[in-house]
Structure formats: structure tokens, C-alpha cells
Write a protein that binds this ligand. Structure first.
Ligand SMILES: Cc1cc2nc3c(=O)[nH]c(=O)nc-3n(C[C@H](O)[C@H](O)[C@H](O)COP(=O)(O)OP(=O)(O)OC[C@H]3O[C@@H](n4cnc5c(N)ncnc54)[C@H](O)[C@@H]3O)c2cc1C
Ligand SMILES: NC(=O)c1ccc[n+]([C@@H]2O[C@H](COP(=O)([O-])OP(=O)(O)OC[C@H]3O[C@@H](n4cnc5c(N)ncnc54)[C@H](O)[C@@H]3O)[C@@H](O)[C@H]2O)c1
Length: 444
């Protein structure tokens, strides 16, 4: 039996950040992990994806410069790129575990769940803790159709040692767009099958249209309003059908139709915690209906806050303050959080929704096509657009950006929003020139 002050279930970015913070404050802490130590982001999410994207960015940048002083278009060698990816991911679980042990945090490998009488078991070991924090994250949602066993997940894609000649993604969200862009640049014939005509619906329609046009120009086939009803496997191929006229032959299918919370095997009902596929219900202190059980990160049912790695870390910092009594009892309050579809180009947004802002008389919405600005012209970026929203005090309150470097730009704009910067704030700054930051003065 293990006795600790706090047991954290889930060894992903959120759970680990909390474990280190509590340990640093002098608590005894245990973390339980049933799969890969480190969780989704470094093993099968953000980090491996961006390693693959590094090659895509280099290739696209070289293509943009072709004939402009740089000759030839590089090709991506998938097996070398995956070797590069595995060289990073292979060390994550053991490195994570070693870090916990070094910090004297108890690391328990196994499935954690509550017993019917409210105890916690990790595998066959009972853990007695004053507080339990659920940090179990989410997993890919599986389609419930005949042939679903032939539909892989983002995890399968990020572990593919060979790139199929033809690959099809089902879904029109972050994961489908990001992975489709990578597979296309790496040389596969890529299809994207959407069950509606509203891909990336949280982003401004005009920018999504531009992004879709870029993908189509790169050779991605996009099928809209198709509800895949069945996936049939023949000797060497897979055939997708919608039960009507649609038929698509491919070599691999990846489903990217959303993610569901890891709550169903925890036996939460036994301890009075309410949860469903969207996540665990918590109050504004990340506390469940059971006062000794909290939740953080992706597993929390969040309505307006995106489920992202830095958000899990933010939750962890807040909970560490609450569980050690080192912070006031104030409810959690999130700053403006940027969200981003990685690719070439990248699509990003933060703060007040730019589409909704157009109907608000107190807000000013400015859209600027920057494609021919020096910053983008220098690298011959294919498309560069920004929309900013200013309130009646001339403070920046929202933005959306589409470009190859939208990740960098959205971070500057996020900082300005969270600092309540006005159009005046930037007038007196001297930024390194020429650089994306030196453009900001002209955006506000
Ligand atoms: C393909 C992909 C790309 C992504 N890209 C980005 C990105 O670019 N930027 C970004 O910010 N976010 C991205 N995300 C989201 C990001 O990975 C998550 O927001 C982040 O990992 C959440 O951290 P977490 O600690 O809450 O959960 P997780 O990282 O999911 O960790 C939860 C852990 O709990 C474990 N667990 C679950 N149930 C139990 C149990 N009963 N007992 C023991 N252990 C259990 C799981 O095995 C897992 O290791 C991406 C996700 C995916 C899938
Ligand atoms: N860059 C990033 O920050 C990043 C990248 C990847 C993932 N993530 C995280 O992972 C989450 C999940 O990503 P995702 O792309 O799987 O989900 P998503 O919610 O972004 O998109 C799901 C898509 O699947 C479609 N869909 C839903 N049901 C369907 C069905 N039955 N058939 C066909 N299509 C269907 C939806 O219309 C939507 O387009 C994100 O919301 C985010 O939290 C973040």
C-alpha cells in the first residue's frame, strides 16, 4: 500500500506539471500512468507532429524560393524522417520516469481506478491519498461503422514506418488538416473526407477558404458532405463508401473525428464524480462534486477553453496553488488562449472571435492582406493575412492570422491582448528590423 498526500492519475503534461509543483512545495506525491509516461503531447501529439512538420516547412520554403536564387525542390524521405521522430519519442517514457524517480515522486505504472467502496487501486496496489487529481486526458474517438477496424488514429499515423501511396483522412478538424498537410508534402496522394462543408469551423471562413485552396493546389482531394458509412478491405486496398454514390479507394484511412475523455474505466460513479465523453464536471476551482477529487487538463469538460498542452500546464499551476494553500481561493480564470492549425500555411486565432466581432458596433475589425509585405515577399510565402479586432479604447482584443509564420505572429498578438495593449503601446517600441515583430505597429 502506498500513502501520499496527493495521487495524480495520468502522467501527461498536466499531471506531471502538478506532480513537480506539489513535490517542490514539500508534499508527498504519486503519479499513476497506464501507458506511455509523458502522455499524449510528447509521445503521440504535438511534439512528434512538429518534428514531421519541420521537414514540411523546409520543403515548402524551398519550393517558394525555387527560381528566386535557390534551385531544386527537396523531397521528403519518410523513413528517415520517422527515424528522426522516433529518435525523439523513443526516449520520452524512460526519460520521464527517470525524472520522477530523481525527484522522489512515486511513479506507479498501471491502470488506476476507484473500487466500489471508494479506494484507489493502481494495478493491484492500493494507494491511500488525501486528495486525488484526475489528469487522464482524452483518446481518439472511433467511428461506429462497419469496417471501423480498418480506420487508424492519429497515433497510428505518427508511428507509420512506411508512408502509404494513398492515404485518406476522415474529419475536418485540427488533426485531419495537420496530418493531411504532412502526408501530402511527404508525397502521398491524400484525400480529406468531411461529413459537412464546414472544416475548421472555429476559424474565420475566408481564411479557411484560403487554407483549403492551398491544400487543393498542393494536390489534396477534399470531399465535402460525405458521411462515410462503411470501409471495406479487399486484398490490397481499402474502399470507403457512403451507402450512396460516393466510393473512394485508398491504402490507409485515418479517423480524426474528435477525441473523448478517458473517464469510462475509472469507476467515477463510486466516488460521486460526474463525467461523460466530454470530460469530468468540475467547479470553477477544478474541483469535482467530491471535495477530495480534482481534475485538470484535457479530461476536464471545458466548454470555451481549448484542450491544449499549455492549458493543462496552466490548470496544474492553479491546482498546485490551491492544494498547497499558497494561492488565494480565487476561481480559475484563463487569459486569452491562442489556437493554431499547424501546417504550411498555419492558421491561428486568439481572443474575441473575428467573425462575431463584425456585428458588434463597439468593435473595429481590420483585415489586412500581407502577402506582398516585405516579411512575406522576402520568403515568397504563398499567402499571408491578418484580421485584428480593436475595442473602443483602441485595445487589441482579438486576432486571426494565416501565413507560414502565423505561430510566431499569434504569440505576439496574444501577449498584446493579455497586456491590454492599445494601438499606442507599440508606437514607442523599437523592434529588430526587418522581422515579423516589426510589422506589428502596422497591424494595429
Ligand atoms: C495528434 C495530436 C496533436 C496535438 N497537437 C497539439 C499542439 O500542437 N499543441 C497543443 O497545445 N496541443 C496539441 N494536442 C493536444 C495535447 O496533446 C493535449 O492537450 C495534452 O497532451 C493534454 O495533456 P493532459 O496531461 O491533460 O493529458 P494527456 O497528455 O492525454 O495525458 C493523460 C495520461 O493519462 C493516462 N491515463 C489515462 N487513464 C488512465 C488511468 N485510468 N490510469 C493511469 N493512467 C491513465 C494516459 O495514458 C495519458 O498518458 C495534440 C493532440 C493530438 C492527439
Ligand atoms: N494544433 C493544435 O493545437 C492541435 C492539433 C491537434 C489536436 N489538437 C487537440 O485535439 C483535439 C481533437 O482534434 P480533432 O481534429 O480530432 O477534433 P476536432 O474537434 O478539431 O475536429 C473533429 C472533426 O471531425 C468531424 N466529425 C465529427 N464527427 C464525425 C463523423 N462521424 N464523421 C466525419 N466527421 C466527423 C467534425 O465535423 C470536425 O471537423 C482538438 O480539439 C485539440 O484539442 C490540437
Amino acid at each position: 500500500m502506498t500513502h501520499v498526500e496527493t495521487l495524480i492519475i495520468g502522467g501527461g503534461p498536466g499531471g506531471l506539471a502538478l506532480a513537480y509543483a506539489l513535490k517542490g512545495a514539500g508534499q508527498t506525491v504519486a503519479v499513476a500512468e497506464e501507458n506511455l509516461w509523458g502522455g499524449t503531447c510528447p509521445n503521440r501529439g504535438c511534439d512528434p507532429k512538429k518534428i514531421l512538420l519541420a521537414a514540411v516547412e523546409a520543403k515548402r520554403n524551398a519550393e517558394h524560393m525555387d527560381g528566386q536564387g535557390l534551385n531544386g525542390e527537396p523531397t521528403i524521405n519518410w523513413s528517415d524522417l520517422m527515424r528522426n521522430k522516433f529518435a525523439y519519442t523513443d526516449g520520452i517514457p524512460s526519460g520521464t520516469l527517470a525524472g520522477l524517480k530523481q525527484s522522489a515522486i512515486t511513479a506507479l505504472t498501471g491502470h488506476a481506478q476507484f473500487t466500489d467502496d471508494g479506494h484507489v487501486m493502481v494495478g493491484s496496489e492500493e494507494v491511500v491519498a488525501d486528495k486525488v487529481v484526475l489528469a487522464t486526458g482524452e483518446r481518439p474517438r472511433r467511428l461506429d461503422i462497419p469496417g471501423a477496424q480498418h480506420v487508424g488514429t492519429s497515433t497510428d499515423f505518427l508511428n507509420m514506418r512506411e508512408l502509404p501511396r494513398r492515404i485518406t483522412f476522415i474529419g475536418g478538424g485540427y488533426i485531419a488538416f495537420e496530418l493531411a498537410d504532412i502526408a501530402n508534402a511527404a508525397g502521398a496522394e491524400v484525400s480529406l473526407v468531411l461529413h459537412n462543408d464546414k472544416p475548421l469551423r472555429a476559424f474565420p471562413t475566408n481564411m479557411v477558404t484560403d487554407l483549403v485552396a492551398q491544400l487543393k493546389a498542393a494536390g489534396v482531394h477534399i470531399y465535402e458532405n460525405v458521411d462515410v458509412a462503411e470501409v471495406n478491405k479487399t486484398d490490397a486496398e481499402l474502399v470507403l463508401t457512403d451507402g450512396h454514390d460516393f466510393q473512394l479507394t485508398t491504402d490507409a484511412v485515418i479517423g480524426a473525428t474528435g477525441r473523448i475523455a478517458n473517464v469510462d474505466t475509472l469507476n467515477l460513479a463510486a466516488v460521486g464524480v460526474k463525467a461523460d465523453a466530454h470530460g469530468v464536471q468540475v467547479n470553477d476551482h477544478l474541483q469535482t462534486a467530491n471535495p477530495d477529487i480534482y481534475a485538470l487538463g484535457d479530461v476536464v469538460a471545458k466548454k470555451t477553453v481549448p484542450k491544449l498542452t499549455p492549458v493543462a500546464g496552466y490548470d496544474a499551476r492553479y491546482l498546485a496553488g490551491q492544494l498547497t494553500g499558497q494561492q488565494s481561493d480565487a476561481p480559475i480564470s484563463y487569459p486569452a488562449i491562442p489556437t493554431l492549425v499547424f501546417g504550411m500555411p498555419k492558421l491561428a486565432k486568439v481572443g474575441v472571435d473575428v467573425t462575431a466581432a463584425a456585428n458588434e458596433s463597439s468593435l473595429t475589425v481590420k483585415t489586412i492582406d500581407m502577402t506582398h509585405w516585405y516579411t512575406y515577399n522576402r520568403i515568397h510565402d504563398a499567402v499571408a493575412k491578418v484580421t485584428v479586432v480593436l475595442n473602443d479604447k483602441r485595445q487589441l482584443v482579438g486576432a486571426a492570422v494565416l501565413s507560414g509564420i502565423a505561430d510566431e505572429m499569434i504569440n505576439y498578438l496574444t501577449f498584446l491582448i493579455n497586456q491590454h495593449a492599445t494601438t499606442k503601446t507599440f508606437e514607442n517600441q523599437i523592434m529588430a528590423y526587418p522581422s515579423p515583430a516589426s510589422d506589428i505597429d502596422y497591424l494595429l
